[in-house]
Design a protein around this ligand. Sequence first.
Ligand SMILES: *Cc1c(COP(=O)(O)O)cnc(C)c1O
Length: 432
Amino acid sequence: MSTTDLTSAPTELDRTIAETDPDVARLIAAERDRQEHTLELIASENHTSPAVMAAMGTCLTNKYAEGYPGKRYYGGCTFHDEIEELARERAKRLFKCQFANVQPHSGAQANMAVFLALLQQGDTFASLVLADGGHLSHGMKLNFSGKYFNAVHYPLIYDLDDPRFEQIDYDAVRDVCMEHKPAMILCGYSAYPRVIDFARFRAIADECGALLMADIAHIAGLVAAGVHPSPFPHAHIVTTTTHKTLRGPRGGLILTNDEDIAKKIDRAVFPGVQGGPLMHVIAAKAVAFHEALQTSFTDYAKQVVANAQALAGALVGKGYRLVSGGTDNHLMLVDLRGKDADLTGADAERWLEQAGIITNKNGVPKDPRKPMYTSGLRLGTPALTTRGLKENELQLVAELIDRVLDAKGDETVCAQVRQDVVDLCERFPMPH
Ligand SMILES: *Cc1c(COP(=O)(O)O)cnc(C)c1O
């Protein structure tokens, strides 16, 4: 197939939308073609199954179901009660915990509900700063978490001679927490390639009298499959998204083993920060949890990590420096300066996109460049693994990335790589 002819056949859904709105139908079809014919390396993205997607496109979106199963503020919720109950039961089974709230519209909404439930305005909490791999809902100044709460940040290890360079500095976490006595310690990140020691965090939380919150938005699928240690029984409260490694619909989820916390969380989600739940999305979460409970999902999660290691190894072999030297999970941060002192994340992201390789620029710890440029590139393997790529193909992906960056985005080289990308995409189609 040529790169100029990338339209796939319209689906029944395309035709239905096109009958009413050809403009939106055309854009959705174009986006599907884009996804179909590019390599998705954004660490927070994935390709859901057709069943997950189908559940979202149903009549469930018509219904108001404010409240919780058995305690709704609207009539006609019989089946919605059953759907939400199924989603909750499956979430609990998947993460081996006692309470689940499946209503948060997103990961940030889930975090907002936790802050509302467990902290008072102005309370101090400890987290990793955005620039070191944290999330904006962990205390960024413009976010509710930084605006209405007092964030103190714990560091990574910045000493080059330390073998744990750029990993969490647990001794310093303890120091920061003993000094500031936060009401809550937040662990779990957006751009951290190493295993998180939840037990160590809990010991620190106990010592300074804080609650421990684990935000496993990125690693939820790995945790569910047992490929990354679980935050339970260490964390008092766990939040996650459902659309990253967990491969479900775009949404949030809150988990705990503490009944008292669970009650506060339910009230904080509704009516605290949300109105009616997105029941079509909750149904899709139930489908995704069902999928994640299968042994095939364990195989998937293992392959995600094996693929990340293959990609990381190949990039290091080509002279790239990875933050912390490598990865234990699904993602890695490439410090582009190790290859070429002038190369920015913004350039790399743009050039790679021209070649059909989709990534995101990302700051590296102590990055001297502004967030719009950055010195790093974040790469993840969840989406490519869903398409069936394995270690050999990830080595090829490393070569394609290197060809583009080595040629500094030369148009001819990008066009050649673009063709190789399309060939690879044709061999490994998106789930249909
Ligand atoms: C992605 C992410 C979130 C937020 O998810 P949204 O659904 O985009 O709101 C929260 N925390 C962490 C650590 C994340 O990586």
